[in-house]
Design a protein around this ligand. Structure first.
Ligand SMILES: Cc1cc2nc3c(=O)[nH]c(=O)nc-3n(C[C@H](O)[C@H](O)[C@H](O)COP(=O)(O)OP(=O)(O)OC[C@H]3O[C@@H](n4cnc5c(N)ncnc54)[C@H](O)[C@@H]3O)c2cc1C
Length: 415
């Protein structure tokens, strides 16, 4: 009997599923349909990697899994079965899209175009997949198979791949419908919040971050909630008009609770993370002693960009001071500002602009060897819909592909 597979959502996870179903079904007669509510496929995919699409990250599975926080172990079998090398080989050999490696093992297409990635995939699947855009799925019911009603009509399938995304960047179509459908099937959904998002500072801190807008540096950023340090990330960050952004801040954002009302919360920046407070203080004392005629801001410019040094001096009340008139109290205050710069937060990071969703369909109810629901046979849940989020660098698209692979093999009876 012909297998009828309905893929709900024509984003990254849905498109990869269609690709792999075509590749591995061989001569088997299967009927694959993508139901996508937008008028085009892969709206989010076309924005990835600043329009260049960071497809994956070339690391082995045991290293790669560390990029998926609490879900790393759950995802490990999928990463082992279909990891970055398999993805690279699939893109180059099967899709004919040449790839290149950049810093930190990040893999991009040679053409630097996420639109080309989407187009190549769409063209590859076109002969074996019915692509129905402008088809908003309204409901999915379990019968002997599945009955799906959409804004364009009703369809019957034997298998469903639920791939309608999370709740981040909703203007691309991912508005949380996956959760609604999964809950209707009895699945639990871990509350969602923003991950890989920029952070908006409170109006007081925004004056300073605004003056430094565009300046980037390496810092250790730590989030404090009610006086307690919750998490920290060391890496590249950038000041912005609205607050803070850049890889380290975006990675830290998932640790900020979704509701910060009535909470004392701030991000503390150590702008010289290569030295402890004591090491820096000692070195700073020597500098002050050896360069009495230098301005303090000039001495600090040896450690951080000049504009940052000026802001630190201004926050410490030592803007115009020369080293010779710098007191111990001045030094203590300056060391505190540069090693523990407090940026107050206005509100939690927003899902509207977050790259990824934290939370989603609970992993407890999904078989990690197939990504099939443990509650509903024939229902596969993959992509950002599930409670997995990765760091930046190609991890999130890799997760979509590894999960799509396991679901595909199971549907084809090959797992
Ligand atoms: C700006 C940006 C840049 C990014 N860059 C990278 C990167 O370079 N590398 C990386 O690994 N990750 C990146 N990510 C993350 C990555 O894009 C996502 O993790 C990935 O797209 C998730 O795929 P998905 O298929 O699960 O969801 P989506 O890509 O969101 O696709 C879900 C699809 O389902 C459709 N849909 C939703 N509800 C329904 C419904 N009821 N009926 C029919 N269709 C429906 C939506 O319209 C959408 O097309 C980036 C994200 C953003 C926002």
């Amino acid at each position: 009997m012909k297998k009828r597979v309905g893929i709900i959502g024509g984003g990254a996870a849905g498109l990869f599923s269609a690709c792999l179903l075509k590749k591995f079904s061989g001569n088997e007669d299967i009927d694959v349909t993508i139901l996508e509510k937008n008028s085009v496929l892969g709206k989010k995919l076309m924005l990835t990697g600043h329009g260049r699409c960071n497809i994956t990250n070339r690391k082995n599975a045991s290293e790669l899994k560390n990029g998926y926080h609490e879900a790393g172990n759950f995802l490990y079998p999928a990463l082992k079965e279909f990891g970055p090398d398999d993805v690279i080989s699939f893109f180059e050999k099967e899709l004919g899209l040449r790839l290149k490696e950049e810093d930190n093992n990040r893999i991009f297409p040679v053409c630097d175009s996420a639109v080309a990635v989407r187009d190549t995939i769409a063209s590859y699947i076109s002969d074996r997949t019915k692509i129905l855009c402008d088809s908003n799925v309204l409901d999915i019911k379990k019968t002997s198979g599945f009955e799906v009603s959409t804004s364009q009509g009703n369809y019957s399938f034997d298998y469903i791949i639920l791939a309608c995304g999370g709740k981040s960047f909703p203007k691309t179509g991912s508005t949380g419908d996956s959760y609604r459908f999964a809950e209707r099937f009895g699945h639990s959904v871990i509350p969602v919040s923003a991950a890989l998002a920029s952070v908006k500072s409170d109006p007081v801190s925004a004056v300073m971050t605004g003056r430094l807008s565009g300046v980037s540096l390496t810092a250790n950023a730590a989030v404090y909630c009610n006086e307690k340090k919750k998490a920290s990330v060391c890496g590249e960050m950038m000041f912005a008009d609205f607050g803070l952004t850049g890889p380290a801040i975006m990675e830290l954002s998932r640790e900020i609770p979704p509701d910060i009302t009535d909470m004392s919360i701030w991000i503390e920046l150590d702008l010289i993370p290569s030295m402890s407070d004591e090491q820096f203080d000692l070195e700073f004392q020597e500098l002050i002693r050896d360069h009495p005629d230098s301005k303090i801001a000039t001495l600090l410019s040896g450690y951080v960009p000049a504009s940052v040094a000026h802001e630190i001096c201004s926050a410490s009340g030592v803007s115009d001071l020369y080293a010779q008139s710098f007191t111990k109290e001045n030094r203590k205050k300056t060391v505190k500002e540069i090693k523990h710069l407090k940026i107050g937060l206005d509100r939690a990071p927003s899902l509207e602009t977050a790259y990824v969703t934290r939370g989603g369909v609970s992993l407890k109810e999904i078989d990690r060897k197939t990504f099939c629901s443990k509650l509903v046979p024939g229902l596969y849940i993959i992509g950002e819909a599930v409670d997995i989020d990765g760091v930046s660098g190609g991890y999130n698209l890799q997760a979509c592909m590894s999960e799509a692979y396991l679901a595909t093999l199971d549907i084809l009876g090959m797992s």
